[in-house]
Design a protein around this ligand. Structure first.
Ligand code: HEM
Length: 512
């Protein structure tokens, strides 16, 4: 009874606010869009399909910049490179904010002290700089090369030992990406790594679940009703405890090292062997950062690296392999290139990568057709501004349909076809300057993990194509029949796992 009373009161308040807002907005020239219903806005129009597909359909009716309302949340959807350029370049600063009222990020970001959801400002600037220069800079990523090589080789040996048998390659791919990230982040295999992975998997499932309360940020009580926040808090407490143990382990190790160095009178640093936790702890202790780096900040950044970098990389690799196998000509050309260049080594290593032309084009084409963050990460505009001739009120949420732009026939010939050759000798790149192709986003909040992600896709893809010829199970028909259906909930992943039979290639080092 009491709950019902609170609900009715909130509803009245909400209607009153709506009336006030509608008066204010009638003076603005807002973008077109589907007519919102009271209370739910356009929520009824986004069920029953993948959001990026639904939004592309809507863009066909309402244009490349339209306005939609998810409950209370006013959102603009951008589906053209010209408008994306206005957002990410002309008005970059205004649009460099992220919404702060999404349950999962409220709970899991240590009060928004990660990078991806930190409010635009000094703290974000400091942590982003640390990320780009210290954690994921070119020399650090190179130093992770041996981890990558070793983990990929483990995968190749595993697959080789299952020759002629059906292997769940998708499962292995997700496991590989996790292992590389965990070793780069935590160093040697920690006994807590497996428990952490199980929690991260559960967290991923929760994070992708829709919490209706996110659409009604002013009605905080809804969070209690849906129960999502409570579940997230339980999960967060467990994840936090594991991360704190990992940090404490690192702290102990560092103390031991310092003592032994003092005893041995030895001073030199062991750079190159440092993991990401080490790097962040060095900065914490140096006292040279503008703002202090706390243990919570370190844990937030580590969660970011797993959250933003894990599934995105694995999904790209999974799609790249699937598309290469499905398209006979692509497979032929990729294998010919790899098997010629690495013929004498009988194995692939990154030192020969500068000779490859076709494999990088496969990775690029995969990111065009299957960007793992099809609507990028949401942005929010910090002040009222004018885009494409329309007024965008402050606090409007922004979704950029990266997926739709990558398939727009206005910019791509045969856009639905997987044709890596379109990227050979082409100047189009994913670095945020070609707005029809921005799988990593653009502007000052562009993904800082690019240089880590690309080799983590390219090396395993090259190895899986070099060492093996692949077959599908007899019941599944031919490789060309592989489906390319997206997962209905886990955005941008394959719906069906890749289950394949490996046949070891004659020229592989596995063939002894
Ligand atoms: C194929 C792999 C990946 C793709 C396609 C991808 C894509 C994206 C996209 C679209 C954004 C939003 C950018 C924007 O708002 O304009 C983003 C942000 C971010 N990504 Fe990635 N990402 C990938 C891998 C990684 C990896 C491996 C890491 C870390 C190791 C990472 C860390 C981040 C972080 C920290 C942000 C937030 C940046 C900020 O707000 O300043 N990503 N990523």
């Amino acid at each position: 009874m009491e709950n019902l009373f609170i609900f009715l009161f909130a509803l009245l308040l909400f209607c009153f606010m709506l009336l006030k807002l509608s008066k204010k907005y009638s003076a603005l020239k807002l973008p077109p869009g589907p007519r919102p219903l009271p209370i739910i806005g356009n929520l009824h129009q986004i069920g029953g399909g993948l959001m990026h597909h639904i939004l592309r359909e809507m863009a066909r009716t309402y244009g490349p910049l339209f306005r939609i309302k998810f409950g209370q949340v006013s959102t603009i959807v951008v589906s053209s490179p010209e408008i994306a350029k206005e957002i990410f370049r002309t008005h970059d600063v205004v649009f460099s904010y992220r919404p702060q009222n999404i349950a999962v990020f409220n709970v899991m970001t240590y009060n928004f002290s990660n990078i991806a959801f930190a409010p635009y400002g000094n703290y974000w600037r400091q942590m982003r700089k640390i990320c780009v220069m210290e954690i994921l800079g070119a020399s650090r990523v190179r130093s992770f090369g041996s981890i990558r090589q070793e983990e990929v080789m483990n995968l190749i040996r595993f697959v080789g030992s299952h020759k002629g048998k059906l292997v769940n390659v998708s499962e292995k791919i997700y496991g590989l990406t996790y292992s590389i990230t965990a070793r780069a982040a935590f160093g040697k295999v920690s006994k807590y790594q497996q428990v952490f992975k199980e929690h991260m998997d559960k967290y991923d499932d929760l994070a992708r679940g829709l919490d209706i309360a996110d659409f009604y940020p002013s009605m905080k009580f809804l969070r209690l009703v849906t129960g999502m926040e409570r579940k997230l808090k339980v999960m967060f407490k467990e994840v936090d405890e594991i991360l704190q143990v990992i940090i404490d382990e690192h702290r102990d190790q560092r103390m031991k090292k310092i003592r032994s160095k003092v005893d041995d009178n030895e001073k030199e640093e062991e750079e190159g062997n440092e993991d990401i936790v080490d790097v962040l702890m060095n900065l914490q202790q140096s006292g040279q950062t503008e703002l202090p780096v706390t243990d919570d900040n370190i844990k937030a950044v580590i969660l970011d690296i797993f959250g933003a970098g894990g599934d995105t990389t694995a999904a790209t690799l999974e799609w790249a392999l699937a598309e290469s196998l499905k398209n006979k000509q692509v497979l032929k050309r990729a294998q010919e290139e790899l098997r010629t260049i690495f013929h004498s080594k009988r194995n692939v290593d990154e030192s020969g990568f500068n000779q490859l032309k076709y494999l990088p084009a496969i990775v690029k084409e995969t990111l065009r057709l299957h960007p793992p963050a099809p609507l990028s990460l949401p942005r929010e505009c910090s002040e009222e501004c004018n885009i494409y001739g329309y007024d965008i009120p402050a606090k409007t949420r922004v979704m950029v349909n990266i997926w739709a732009m990558g398939r727009d026939p206005k910019y791509w010939s045969e856009p639905e076809e997987f044709k890596p050759e379109r990227f050979i000798d082409s100047r189009i790149d994913y670095k945020g300057n070609d707005f029809e192709y921005i799988p990593f986003g653009a502007g000052r909040r562009i993904c800082p993990g690019m240089s880590f992600a690309i080799p983590n896709v390219a090396l395993p893809l090259a190895q899986l194509l070099f060492h093996f010829d692949w077959k599908v199970d007899d019941d599944a028909g031919k490789l060309e029949d592989l489906d390319m259906v997206e997962h209905p909930v886990l955005e941008a992943r394959r719906k069906n796992e890749l289950k394949l039979i490996p046949v070891i290639y004659e020229g592989s080092c596995l063939k002894n």
